[in-house]
Design a protein around this ligand. Structure first.
Ligand code: MLT
Length: 263
């Protein structure tokens, strides 16, 4: 499905009814990482999985993007869908950075927060330089090199060795991002604020899911983040790296379902 918001066409999938559960993908991924959740959880909840601008099937628009702008896109999508009741928002990695921004801007829209494979801190200076270099490379050579570089790190070493089909499908998902979208998202991540002070503001029910084999965001960082949020549930996935929703979808769905039932 597509909807025109904020001067671009945003693609999204939507299914089911009940408490709305908004899933936000990471970089440079798409709503496809939430397919197992869309299919299994729509029997109990209203699942909404957008593609961020420049990613997946959403229209590609020139950057730079910012977390504020992307949060505004999510807000406009919810308005467009006529969803007035607060939603549970689940953010993966960059989608987690965006979840914090959405919570800061639209706290009244948030009934619960799920953070997976993400962190609260902003980029250190060398991280910002790396974002600039990556953007430069993408503009020069397209997105294939960055995708090839990320691929061995985006799942756990075990998933990478044992599940070539998963690796191929993740590659195809990442290749769906446009040059503009990739560069725009890199700049949004580079400029994102430190969300550490936001953690103590979170008073809604919260859940952190992190893969033990995450090679992009260390487990210790997620543990610290979860420990800084009041009454946050923290679940470690032994058989996942940076993509718990795809590497262990059944466990992911069970954990999310249990969390939702407590709301
Ligand atoms: C992501 O998975 O969204 C990104 O790798 C996160 C990042 O680069 O900080």
């Amino acid at each position: 499905m597509k909807v025109k918001i904020n001067n671009f066409e945003m693609a999204y999938a939507e299914a089911g009814s009940g408490t709305p559960l908004l899933f936000i993908h990471g970089f440079p991924l798409s709503k496809a990482i939430w397919l197992p959740q869309l299919e299994a959880l729509n029997t109990s909840f209203q699942i909404i999985t957008p593609d961020l601008r420049g990613h997946g099937d959403s229209e590609s628009v020139p950057g730079p993007y910012s977390m504020q702008m992307l949060a505004g896109d999510l807000n406009a999508l919810l308005d467009n869908l006529g969803i007035n009741q607060p939603v549970v928002i689940c953010g993966h990695s960059m989608g987690g950075y965006l979840t914090f921004e959405f919570f800061r801007q639209y706290p009244q829209r948030v009934a619960g927060i799920i953070l997976t494979a993400t962190r609260a801190a902003d980029d250190p200076p060398e991280g910002k330089t790396n974002r600039d270099n990556a953007a430069q490379n993408v503009m020069q050579d397209g997105i294939t090199p960055i995708v090839e570089g990320m691929l061995p790190k985006i799942v756990s070493p075990a998933s990478f060795d044992k599940n070539p089909e998963l690796v191929e499908s993740v590659k195809a998902i990442m290749m769906g991002a446009s040059v503009e979208g990739t560069v725009g998202a890199l700049m949004a991540m580079k400029e994102r604020p430190d969300s550490t002070p936001t953690l103590e503001e979170i008073k809604v029910p919260s859940l952190v899911i992190h893969g033990r084999g995450d090679q992009i965001i260390p487990l210790a960082e997620a543990e610290q983040m979860a420990g800084s949020i009041q009454d946050c549930e923290f679940v470690i996935f032994d058989n996942a790296g940076h993509l718990p929703s795809l590497e262990d979808p059944q466990l992911f769905n069970n954990v999310v379902r249990d969390f939702m039932q407590q709301l």
